[in-house]
Write a protein that binds this ligand. Sequence first.
Ligand code: ME8
Length: 520
Amino acid sequence: TSPASASRPPFYVTTAIAYPNGVPHVGHAYEYISSDAIARFKRLDGFDVFFMTGTDEHGLKMQQTAAKEGIDVRDLAARNSDQFEALDKVLEVSFDRFIRTTDADHEAACQVLWQKMVESGDIYLDTYSGWYSVRDEAFHSEEETTLLDDGSRIATETGTPVEWTEESNYTFRLSKYQDRLVALYEENPDFIAPSTRRNEIVSFVKGGLKDLSISRTTFDWGIPVPGDPGHVMYVWVDALANYLTGAGYPDVDSESFRKFWPADLHIIGKDISRFHTVYWPAFLMSAGLELPKRVFVHGFLYNKGEKMSKSVGNVVDPLEMVEQYGLDALRFFLLREISYGQDGSYSHEAIVTRMNADLSNELGNLAQRSLTMVAKNCDAQVPTPGELSEDDRALLAKADALLETVRADFDKQALHQALEAIWHVLGETNRYFSQQEPWVLRKTDPARMATVLYTTLEVVRIVGILVQPVMPGSAAKILDLLGQASEARDFAAIGTRIVAGHPLPAPSPVFPRYVEPDAG
Ligand code: ME8
């Protein structure tokens, strides 16, 4: 590593790893896009980022899906895992590793983790009987299930069918960690966010923890338990351990592990918070490993307020959405429209409104109008400003202050607020541009026109730099149009000013309006 990389602080961020029992849907895409924006933000802000995503390939759900489709479970996993990776590429998700839980290094990591939990005296053989939801890959206590009129039983929270399971298997002493977990939440109020999720978990743990069954003997699609190959590990032990594998575990002395563990941020959806904020820290405590610094729980994405489901027929393929709206419009929409951490909805109308109002009008037009004037009236060079007026200085001060605001928002994963702050400054800039009337100044006071255009381009440059994490392609295009070299695009460059006299390429629109295909 270069001295520069050695001095950059590390930042390890992960997504959940999806079950590849089917193809990805837009809820998955939402998780990848939002996590990617965070990873990109941190890189631009000078961090040495390790960003990992991947697929969770073992377990009964995978085995049963493969049996239903009449194919080998390995083939099912490989085929769909490839689809997830291909989606990531289309979404321009800048992962550093795409982990598959069938990767050889992962099996080794799981087995060492298991061994450490054994050495702590936390794993014992017992007979388990209770309800299991294959779809959730989760055990449910009787009180967490509901008996339906037709005699079948479902997990109350998720609505998935549960089946009675009786097995002799390995059990983890989760109950032993109840007090330490409560202390963890109390001493580290930022460990679980948003606070609504934190409160749910705190009351769940305070309500008492039962020991957890962590191996299965009735099927073999999983990682063998060390020393007892008749058992495979419960898929959630295997799945959660992926975060350790990515950092280089079990080689705890490796450069990568020392640098990237503990993880800075796990991004997950609301249905899996218990696994990440109760089981996961307990496993790590048992194994004597440091705990991740933060788990951020995003909400669920609904189609016009309805749950996406195959039977309702409203499951939207994210690739089709990219095709229809363009990648950056989709990325922007999801991150601007939905308060990160809460549930959200998408609809064609809402996407088009954001595209036309926010992207095309507020940002696209501003860039296009100012750059066209510069091309025509300023020799296609960044104009040379005269003395700045109070209005110019006030506007530049607002643009300069954005980095601090946006950074604070990203640090608490308030991605929608960061975008709102940027668009607030864009609104002010559009008002400034209309009030200054540079197209009138062109005749009456060309020197003043140059100053107004310079000030406008400078705001567009700062905004262009700041929206890179959200819209990497479009932001690059804006910065190209402003003649910005690749070294002048990280957040440190916000502290400089665009250089007068710098030649500019011919302007072209970055955000065309969305026109309905049948609108002629
Ligand atoms: O849970 N909206 O995998 P998964 C937003 N393998 N997010 C959604 C969503 C929706 N409609 N539906 C699902 C698993 N997600 C496990 C994870 S991690 C060690 C193991 C989110 O394919 C979901 O909350 O069911 C999770 O964060 C991710 O997509 C993968 O879900």
